[in-house]
Design a protein around this ligand. Structure first.
Ligand code: TYM
Length: 332
């Protein structure tokens, strides 16, 4: 049976990248798959999180899922730490994954930066917990942005090695689903860098909580170049920022990049930015308003997450028990 699992870290500043690369695609997929959408709070603490902020951010990510149109009855929505089986399976996977595999993870290198010795051990084994998230439910499909590709390859390697080591086909090899016009939304300040929650500059990202004024200001200040909008997709050489803005426009307006070039080719970027602001405000403002409505009623969000955790746990427990039996853990 096909089953989707995906998640977002509650590490603050949810971005347009999270929405276009992941959450928006989930909204489409919920009609065709059984889906489990998680707020991965245990992943978030691999880097320091202020406790009160973490609680708030966890509700905020859930609020964004709901505001974007994820149906909490049809799907399972919960926060990772509420289902302790994630931590248990992650430990088993810590003993399956090889150091050499983790040493190749580019996201660890980026996040740990120059001072690797000072990174948390959790950050290093982060991909093992991610594999546990998916495989705890025997997840078959994982809709994510482009930056998670390597982690998903590792999840497949872990599933395969576990099956081989124990001589049983316990886990499926989960398939990445990386699709849509914006699998990699770039920073508004530097078109070679990913738009990220953790960028020190607020102007690098459009946030899911930004109001119309903030969106307009950030788009106005977004880096471009002195040339007009290209009239074909061949006109983007050395123009990463121009391409990114046009990609965002296309993604928000359900248009191919070719179509955006055909419509705006030859115009100034000042004019194009006005059109982009208009569509961004039209698409994002209803979501941020609805997010705020959920944030004003935390009890409602908590009730949804509690219900989701119970349903997630009901799927996870028999699978965890099967894994423990295969490993040989005694049931006293
Ligand atoms: P996170 O919280 O960094 O990002 C959440 C989702 O948003 C996508 N994304 C982007 N897509 C396009 N352009 C961008 N600039 C951009 N920035 C982020 C990410 O690809 C992701 O899909 N490790 C994961 C969370 C996770 C997970 C999982 C995902 C934990 N366990 C199991 C899937 C399955 C992460 O850090 O996502």
């Amino acid at each position: 049976m096909d089953r989707i699992f995906s998640g977002v870290q509650p590490s603050g500043n949810l971005t347009l990248g999270n929405y276009l690369g992941a959450i928006r695609n989930w909204v489409e997929l919920q009609n065709d798959y059984e889906c489990i959408f998680c707020v991965v709070d245990m992943h978030a603490i691999t880097q320091w999180q202020d406790p009160a902020e973490l609680t708030r951010n966890t509700r905020e990510v859930a609020a964004c899922y709901l505001a974007a149109g994820i149906d909490p009855k049809k799907n399972i929505l919960f926060n990772q730490s509420a289902v302790s089986a994630h931590a248990e399976l992650a430990w088993i996977f810590n003993c399956v994954a090889r150091m050499g595999w983790l040493n190749r993870m580019t996201q660890f290198k980026e996040k740990a930066g120059k001072n690797k010795e000072n990174a948390s051990v959790g950050l290093y084994v982060y991909p093992n917990l991610m594999a546990a998230d998916i495989l705890l439910y025997k997840g078959t499909h994982v809709p994510v942005g482009d930056d998670q590709k390597q982690h998903l390859e590792l999840a497949r390697d872990i599933a395969q090695k576990f099956n081989n080591d124990f001589g049983k086909e316990i886990f499926p090899l989960p398939e990445p689903m990386i699709f849509g016009a914006a699998t990699r939304v770039m920073s508004l300040r530097d078109g070679t860098k990913k738009m990220s929650k953790s960028d020190p500059s607020e102007y690098a990202r459009i946030g899911m909580k930004d109001d119309a004024d903030a969106i307009a200001l950030k788009i106005r200040k977004a880096k471009t170049d002195p040339h007009p909008v290209p009239d074909s997709v061949d006109g983007f050489e050395d123009r990463a920022e121009a391409k990114n803005l046009m990609n965002i426009y296309g993604a928000l307006n359900n248009m191919k990049l070719e179509e955006v070039c055909a419509q705006y080719g030859g115009q100034s970027f000042a004019d194009f930015k006005k059109a982009l602001t208009e569509v961004a405000v039209a698409k994002l403002s209803p979501i941020s308003t609805e997010m705020q409505r959920y944030m004003d009623d935390p009890a409602q969000v908590d009730a949804i997450l509690r219900d989701g955790a119970e349903r997630a746990n009901a799927i996870a427990q028999p699978i965890l028990q099967e894994v423990k039996d295969v490993v040989g853990f005694l049931r006293p």
